[in-house]
Design a protein around this ligand. Structure first.
Ligand SMILES: Cc1cc2nc3c(=O)[nH]c(=O)nc-3n(C[C@H](O)[C@H](O)[C@H](O)COP(=O)(O)OP(=O)(O)OC[C@H]3O[C@@H](n4cnc5c(N)ncnc54)[C@H](O)[C@@H]3O)c2cc1C
Length: 433
């Protein structure tokens, strides 16, 4: 960290956003839309690849629609629900009806999606600096000692042009950290992952497939390692509608037993195991798979400082139930924008602290229940009992989908809501390491 004095006010932006993925671009969009002077730095140049399953659930579609972007998804592959495979059974589960979310999703590459949202932020008035990496945080040392559980007052960054290597300083009244799962910038400020909380590892690759325009995305809930033993995680096949499918495996490293599992071997085993009709084989592979970490359940903190908030994967915002992170990137980016906007409008550090309260209200109990669920399915015998029993009933699995995709209805208490409320009440009484 570089201790420096703030630059004169005329050099100051209102907000510096670090990272142009879902969290950073949505945050920049909402702040620019509200009229603030936002500069977003992205170390790569759009369009750029990002390792992902490319699946947008109804929660993501809602956020894109709120940003006025749903029409731009018209060329993407729209799907109606999830086909679940487990223990020899198959269930087709339509997305549930919901008052706030659509009953469909899309599959679109991050190459195309992230360009779309980032350009939208720029059109709304954000200054986007591509191939610009935030290297070192600039700290306002006048704020004194940093209270435990918070971040120091970050007021900018030393940035590096990744093409020329030139460095300069960018200053802002507030800084939003949205630099993804590895979050080097966040860690330089003092964030860290709570190692008692679950973490996912996932690997994905593209294949050509005769079923590239299947109307359902597919999940296999009983993926096995090479010895045939079931591991906690799932395999997916997401059709892109353009001749390709996105195929991947995700593994939860909740327990020492699963930390040694090699995800490349798991992927090879899944390709062998997947239904033949998808046509997956080394011959239809479009290149070696790539992987990444999934920090989940708000496992990363601190997430606020007097002038700083952390959003998206940098805050560990992925849903532990299903590994979905795009929607939570958009949502936490939007919450971050609301808090920073309120701070700029005169609310100061108190408004920034409101971000943590907003996260807690939106995800606190739900993620606590999800963490308890993850601990449960880390035991293969319990996983078999839960998933194996559920697969006998489409109704039960529809409730499970509603819970796992965070699509519970606030307006009525159906079976899924009733089950969730009971489990949530029990979870409150359990330790949450
Ligand atoms: C294999 C895999 C499959 C997945 N599948 C799905 C899925 O199907 N659906 C789903 O919803 N989620 C999925 N996820 C999770 C999802 O990809 C993430 O949750 C989501 O991308 C988080 O968005 P973000 O904006 O926080 O971070 P990112 O998307 O990682 O964006 C961070 C951005 O910051 C930039 N950056 C990093 N450091 C700096 C720096 N110092 N300066 C400037 N720029 C910087 C990066 O280049 C990047 O563009 C998957 C993840 C993996 C690994």
């Amino acid at each position: 960290m570089e201790p420096t004095d703030p630059t004169p006010a005329h050099d100051l932006h209102d907000v510096l956003v670090v990272g142009g993925g879902p969290a950073g671009s949505s945050c920049a969009y909402w702040l620019a839309e509200a009229g603030w002077d936002v500069v977003l730095v992205e170390k790569k140049s759009f369009p750029r690849e990002k390792t992902c399953g490319d699946g947008l659930t109804p929660r993501s579609v809602r956020q894109l629609a709120d940003m006025g972007l749903e029409h731009a998804l018209a060329g993407a592959h729209r799907f109606d629900g999830l086909r679940a495979h487990a223990y020899g059974k198959v269930l087709e589960l339509a997305w549930p009806e919901h008052p706030s979310f659509p009953s469909y999703g899309y599959v679109i590459t991050r190459h195309d999606l992230d360009l779309l949202v980032n350009e939208h932020a720029a059109k709304a008035g954000a200054t986007v600096l591509q191939h610009t990496e935030a290297v070192t945080p600039v700290i306002d040392e006048r704020q004194g000692a940093v209270p435990a559980g918070t971040l120091p007052a970050c007021i900018g960054a030393v940035v590096r042009d990744t093409e020329t290597g030139a460095r300069r300083e960018l200053r802002a009244r507030y800084v939003v950290v949205a630099d993804g799962a590895n979050s080097r910038f966040g860690r330089a400020l003092g964030t860290g992952r709570d190692r008692h909380r679950p973490m996912g590892m996932a690997l994905r690759g593209y294949y050509t497939s005769p079923r590239h325009d299947d109307p359902f995305i597919e999940s296999h809930l009983d993926i096995r390692d090479r010895s045939g033993a079931v591991v906690p995680g799932y395999g997916w096949i997401f059709p892109l509608g353009d001749g390709r499918v996105n195929v991947g495996v995700g593994l939860l490293s909740t327990d020492r037993r699963w930390k040694g599992v090699n995800t490349s071997h798991l992927m090879d085993a899944f390709i062998d195991w997947a239904p033949r009709s998808w046509g997956l084989s080394p011959a239809t592979s479009l290149g070696p798979p790539t992987g990444g970490k999934l920090p989940m359940g708000l496992a990363v903190g601190p997430r606020v400082g007097p002038t700083t908030v952390v959003a998206g994967d940098a805050a560990g915002s992925i849903n532990p139930f299903n590994g979905e992170g795009i929607a939570y990137g958009y949502e936490t980016g939007r919450l971050a924008a609301a808090s920073v906007g309120a701070a700029l409008a005169g609310g100061g550090a108190e408004a920034i602290a409101g971000y943590e309260a907003a996260l807690d209200e939106m995800y606190g109990l739900y993620y606590r229940v999800a963490r308890a669920f993850i601990r449960l399915i880390s035991r293969p015998e319990l996983m078999h009992l839960c998933v194996g029993t559920g697969m006998y009933s489409a109704s039960i699995m529809t409730w499970v989908l509603r819970i796992m995709a965070n699509l519970l209805r606030p307006d009525e208490i159906g079976p899924a809501e009733a089950v969730y409320r009971t489990v949530a009440a029990l979870t409150r009484a359990l330790p949450d390491p």
